[in-house]
Ligand binder design. Structure first.
Ligand code: KG4
Ligand code: ZN
Length: 347
């Protein structure tokens, strides 16, 4: 089955073709970063309009790259939420129109299920159950995955997501949007010992996160450095490094706790922040000594993309799932509302 996947939940138009026999056939991504950069964040209306401009040309591109014709498409999967409502509506409308025109099924896919499946797009099989760390701009969640579609929330951020903390810290450091990769880059030249930033909620039991206090701490530290005339390039790098260390430490501590609590020996990490090299290497290093296997997506599949939607959609479509006559898109949609397509009670 050849599935066309469309991702338009935020500021990236991602399109891909996935074949359940041959794997990923082609993918294309257009990032709107340049459009939103001057506003310091995503402007929803501009995002929707740009998805309108880019989605169809990108579909033509992936078809041509895979040497396929529109009529070779057997189903269309698109992101139905969570995300920006207008942006989601663009992807859903294009997807459903193509599906109706071709007489094939369409299916709305959960964006975070897409992220969760991205590491499994590589050919290494993963055994269930596993613990997933979903770390993106909107989510920081620890989830126990018993099988595809069977998700149990173990903990989540009570305020800012990890990616959001990176983005807000980037603003404080005068770095462009989206801030994560810029903070990580600056942090490379920083001294990890210079400031001691808090590791939020690690002393309390449980698996929830809270990152908003950390951003306040960074802000106060920068003000003090400016006040004492020590606000130079090295200080900026030191702040970036100490912030990154605090986030990475907090995530590593909670992942380890979740794996122990659940007696699970596989960790799957996904979402934009999973591209962070320091987080990847620290998790590898710490969890290897616990005998835990850590799996994360190829770097280009960490952030939003069409391949993850085509893949997650293909799994559900192969089990016979498809849109109802009145499908919806949802700005908010807890992943734990999903059901396994393999269970008898699946909708
Ligand atoms: O998953 P994603 O592309 O979009 C959402 O679904 O939110 O994640 C985007 C987030 C942004 O907050 C971005 O700053 C962060 O992922 N990010 C990173 C890195 N690359 C992207 N954060 C830290 N280090 C990175 N290398
Ligand atoms: Zn995402």
């Amino acid at each position: 089955m050849v599935v066309l996947g469309l991702e338009t939940s935020c500021d990236e138009t991602g399109v891909a073709l996935y074949d359940t026999q041959r794997g990923l056939l082609s993918e294309a991504l257009y990032s709107q970063v340049a459009i939103h950069a001057e506003y310091g964040g995503v402007v929803p209306e501009l995002a929707s309009r740009d998805h309108v401009r880019k989605t169809l040309p990108l579909i033509d591109q992936v078809l041509s790259d895979a040497s396929l014709h529109k009529t070779d498409i057997d189903a269309v999967a698109y992101t139905a939420g969570p995300g920006l409502l207008g942006a989601l509506i663009v992807g859903a409308t294009v997807a459903r129109s193509i599906a109706v025109g071709l007489g094939v099924p369409s299916l709305g896919v959960h964006h975070m299920e897409g992220h969760l499946m991205a590491p499994l797009l590589s050919d290494e099989p993963v055994d269930y159950p596993f613990v997933a760390l979903l770390v993106s701009g909107g989510h920081t969640q620890l989830i126990r995955v018993d099988e595809f579609g069977d998700y149990h929330l173990l903990g989540e951020s009570l305020d800012d997501a990890a990616g959001e903390a990176f983005d807000k810290t980037a603003k404080l450091l005068d770095l462009p949007y989206p801030g994560g990769p810029h903070v990580a880059n600056l942090a490379k030249r920083g001294d990890p010992e210079r400031f001691s930033f808090p590791r939020p909620m690690v002393k309390q039991p449980g698996l929830d996160f809270s990152f908003s206090g950390l951003k306040t701490h960074v802000g106060t530290c920068i003000k003090q450095l400016i006040g004492s005339e020590q606000w130079d390039e090295q200080s900026r790098a030191d702040v970036a490094r100490c912030f990154e260390e605090a986030v990475v430490d907090t995530l590593v501590i909670k992942c380890r706790r979740a794996l122990k609590q659940q007696s699970v020996s596989t960790l799957v990490m996904a979402g934009g922040v999973s591209a962070n090299q320091r987080l990847r290497s620290r998790l590898d290093q710490v969890l290897a000594s616990d005998g835990v296997r850590v799996i994360y997506p190829a770097p280009h599949l960490c952030t939003d993309n069409g391949a993850m939607i085509a893949y997650a959609g293909a799994i559900r479509l192969s089990q016979g799932e498809k849109d109802s006559l009145s499908p919806e898109v949802r700005a908010r949609w807890p992943i734990t509302d999903l059901r396994s397509p393999y269970s008898e009670t699946a909708a």
